[in-house]
Design a protein around this ligand. Structure first.
Ligand code: TYM
Length: 357
């Protein structure tokens, strides 16, 4: 009974490959930290993975590896409901129903859609700053370069993941805040249209500060699988250290207290996430008085990242080898997730006028 009183948390990660430090600090670390205090629901988003990676030979393995990484990082199936998105078929039906209340225009204006559509069409950044040109490109795209409708309706599906569980707190990284804003908008709109109060408006969940964007090692932008700038939880120590040592830097501070270039600021962001405050302070003052040696900073950063990733990596392979354990967790998780999903879907069908004869 008291279980039901806890606030409902829900989040997921797409099954598009191994998890990197962005996924870890933006999402997974938070999932692990809040398991005792909330009604936690964490899933592997395999439907969402299909919007960009429709490769059947990879998907099953990717689902399994994300799950193993969840468990290796400390998600506990006794505390949290852990499941695969497609094991809850109610999500697919509600996605269809919610889409009736979602505008094509608002989906097309989503930053993540523009970014991915631009990549799919081979357009430059400048093209999508001009909405009209961007729309024309999409409508006119030839069949080889199409932008799939699943990519456009990605935010509807994400909203359904959240709303079908009636979650109020959603731990995600900064890049997902716009999708969360859309989820709130869809919830409000549905409630208002039918004069009901079925969906709570979910908020981001950062128990320790502002939402974060973990930068990559290539000097600019966020760490992301498609950017080729990632440190993966599963990276072997030697390879990981090599990657970090190769991170982009600059020619060094030219005068005391010089402003930092983006690549250096990014390295400090990573240092702040992975190292102790005294280490950060040491390198900050070395930067300020121009005595910093970037090689030392990177060496320290690699060591401190490994302190975090080593214990996780060591557990991943053991978990992957235990098929029966994985199957049991997913069976239980799906059963639990489906209960609430089925209740919500029934309510939604009824509200929208779909009744049994
Ligand atoms: P995905 O797989 O792209 O990302 C999973 C999580 O990792 C976070 N993240 C980052 N955080 C900080 N810095 C980075 N460089 C970085 N890269 C990734 C993302 O913000 C995210 O929290 N659409 C979601 C998956 C999803 C979902 C949901 C999440 C589907 N349905 C419902 C919450 C609730 C996504 O982008 O996954």
């Amino acid at each position: 009974m008291s279980e039901n009183k806890k606030e409902i948390v829900l989040s997921g990660i797409r099954a598009t490959g191994n998890l990197h430090l962005g996924n870890y600090f933006g999402a997974l670390r938070k999932f692990v930290a809040i398991q005792d205090d909330y009604d936690c629901n964490f899933f592997v988003a395999d439907y969402h993975a299909l919007t960009t990676n429709p490769d059947p030979s990879q998907l099953h393995h990717n689902v399994k590896s994300v799950l193993a990484e969840y468990l290796a990082a400390g998600l506990d199936p006794e505390k949290s409901t852990i499941f695969v998105q497609s094991d809850v078929p109610e999500v697919a039906e509600m996605y269809l129903l919610l889409n009736m209340h979602v505008g094509i225009g608002e989906l097309m204006r989503t930053a993540a859609f523009k970014d991915k559509a631009r990549k799919a069409l081979g357009l430059s950044q400048a093209d999508d700053d001009n909405d009209e040109a961007f729309e024309k490109q999409i409508i006119g795209a030839d069949t080889n370069k199409r932008v799939n409708a699943g990519l456009l309706t990605y935010p509807t599906l994400m909203a359904v993941d959240i709303l079908i569980q009636k979650a109020t707190k959603v731990p995600v990284g900064k890049d997902q805040l716009q999708h969360l804003e859309l989820t709130r908008r869809f919830a409000r709109r549905f409630n208002a249209f039918y004069g009901v109060d079925i969906f709570p408006e979910p908020t981001d969940f950062d128990f320790g500060g502002a939402p974060i964007k973990v930068p990559g090692l290539n000097g600019s932008g966020k760490m992301g699988k498609s950017e080729g700038n990632c440190v993966y939880l599963i990276d072997e120590p030697k390879a990981l250290t090599k990657k970090v040592m190769r991170a982009v830097t600059d020619e060094g501070p030219q005068s005391p207290n010089a402003p930092m270039s983006e690549p250096i600021a990014n390295l400090f962001t990573l240092l702040e996430l992975c190292s102790t405050p005294d280490v950060v302070e040491h390198f900050r003052s070395a930067y300020a008085d121009c005595s910093i040696r970037y090689g030392d900073l990177k060496k320290q950063l690699a060591e401190d990242i490994l302190k975090i990733t080593n214990p996780i990596r060591e557990r991943i392979n053991d978990i992957l080898a235990d098929e029966a354990y994985i199957a049991k967790i997913l069976k239980n998780g799906a059963e639990r997730a489906r209960q609430r999903a089925a209740d919500t879907l029934n309510e939604v069908r009824h509200i929208m006028g779909i009744r049994k004869f």
